[in-house]
Design a protein around this ligand. Sequence first.
Ligand code: 3H9
Length: 697
Amino acid sequence: MSEQTVINDMISIERIGDIALICIDNPPVNATGQAVRQGLLTAITDLNAAAQVRAIAIYAAGRTFVAGADIKEFGKPFVDPSLPDVLDAIEASALPVISVLHGTALGGGFELALATHARVGIKGLRIGLPEVNLGLLPGAGGTQRLPRLAGVAFTLDMALSGKMVPGADALAAGAIDQLVEGAPRDVALSAAQQVLDGALKTRPTGSLNVVADAALLEQTADKLRMTQPHLYSPHKIVEAVGAATLPLSQGLQIERQAFMDCMNTPQRAGLIHAFFGERATSNIPEAKGDARPLDRIGVIGGGTMGSGIATACLLAGLPVQMIEVAQDGLDRGMATVARNLEGAVKRGKMTEAARDAALSSLSGSLQMQDLSDVDLVIEAAFESMDVKRQIFTQLDQVCKEGAILASNTSYLNIDEIAACTNRPQDVLGLHFFSPAHVMRLLEIVQGADTAPDVLATGFLLAKRLKKVGVLAQVCDGFVGNRILAFFSKAVGYMVLDGASPAQVDQALEGFGMAMGLHKVFDLAGLDIDWAERKRQAAGRDSSERYSGLHLDRICEQGWFGRKTGKGLYLYDGKHPTPNPDALRIIDDVRAELGIEPKEFTAEEIVDRYLTAMIIEATRVVADGTAKRPVDVDMAYLFGYGFPRFRGGPLHEADQIGASALVERIEGYAKEDPHFWQVPPLLREMASTGKTFADLNH
Ligand code: 3H9
């Protein structure tokens, strides 16, 4: 006989004899929002006052135990009771309280388990302290209680990496007490019975001592100063874990203060924007429709992009048919894929058996006809409209009805490509970023006639490949490269006016960019943009200042960057060093143009770079090339190395403020009114007080 008590919508109690089971039911991930916290507190208080209860077990309904605090509440005023207070009450419970964990026990969810008197995991469990990914630290006792159970080293590793740890490892480390099979409610009942029988020992975690490890803490802090100088919360995590040797109440106070310090940083806001943004890009009607089958992929081109795309598909378990025009190109492409997969094995991303299976589902051919049975073809051939026209005309003839024809073009017009076929509804752009098996951005470019189920299949592919699909409309460069082309001009002007490429790169890396822009140019190959500049030369607006003369001159020497060993940098040592010959060319170009070089501070470099990025990003949103500001932000985080902790260019724009940006642009416009123009949308935002965040809804 059992008796049910509903505490609120999310918390209920089931009494079976002298055992009470508390069930948390807050889909989708049982986050500890206010109602869950209040319900748990009430349940623990009531049960401690009730007659005949001798043991309490907490478990969760649905696909997972508690995935942490409700992130949506962050940044808003706190509503009592706080999670730390609820967990303190659980730990102080006179009745033994155990927790039963299934799925993932993360952040505040795992901390809830740590505050109980014993933890039983269900096979398949993964535990984690992912707060660091949100610019936070475990703020409900994780930095204090976990060291008491599993030691300082284990805690630091979990809290600094944010990674999920398999149940078996958690058991071995002492973070949980048992790992069993069964349904959460049944396991909860039998574990509570074991407590009563004395077979499962319980004790408050706070009663345990921590073995101090000052050397490890110091060593970790030193390493973080070198490797993560931009981030705030990792340093605070080390500080908080260092306090775990103090009595629990003191340590918890130090942790709470450090948590609040992190909560008040822009980094926390940026990282949480990134968390929701990553999920928001596919939370649109275009991504949600019925998709077409996606069982076999064709890739045209065995170059860097083609083989990267083929690798990405194989890693996701999708068989690939690669097509090249000549045998040596095909051999090279197939060898690159094999090398990429080998790299994945070395990095522990796949087993040798999985690699062998992937390789056996890759086939190569010189015959377009061999694409007759694929569901989707991704063309990654030479970036020329003539080449694309030829390929798509052939694809139209050989591909089966309903097959999707995609181009990986970075700039060219998808509608023009689609027009070569009799099935423009089946054509779209799928723009990958190099290396395609690593970079997570996938621009999904909608042509004028692209059918809804073709778009939905683009998003399905992104999901299968674990990429972030961002919808883009047709224009020169789509979302990402169009913005890149614009701010690259601002950078070109700064170099012509006196900044050195290395100085610009240093400033941008100081801002948090993964790589300075000139290093990116050298990596991609300076010849790529050179070809693009030549393509655009005829249509160039003569009243616009030309920003690429120095780069053209460097390319004329045959210096294309990394692949030629020389570009803006030299690549003859371990690290790239500024190429003195390129600097001489830049000096010559300045002299030729009559420019008196001036000094730029790092701050000015970043301001101009970022402002130019924001200007074009605003236009991209205003004319609908991107659906919402968050799509631009995610494109930049996942495709262009924009620092995740800054949330993205338009999230950053909100931090600066529209009025300040307008003022800044008007200041720059005094020297170049043609380039520095305030986008009407930004001006309107400055006068109405609207933010880019407002435009996301
Ligand atoms: C914390 O705990 C602080 C404490 O230390 C101290 C407090 C004082 N809150 O990812 P999915 C939503 S910080 C609110 O697509 P999956 C998510 O947005 C927290 N919402 O599913 C999505 O919504 P929608 C530490 C959340 O199966 C839906 O749930 N915890 C939260 O691929 C499904 O999510 C974390 O950082 C949340 N905490 O992955 C864990 N979590 O459907 C963050 C998810 O509207 N969460 N949502 O788009 C995760 O890592 C993954 O969601 C998880 C499931 C692995 C759980």
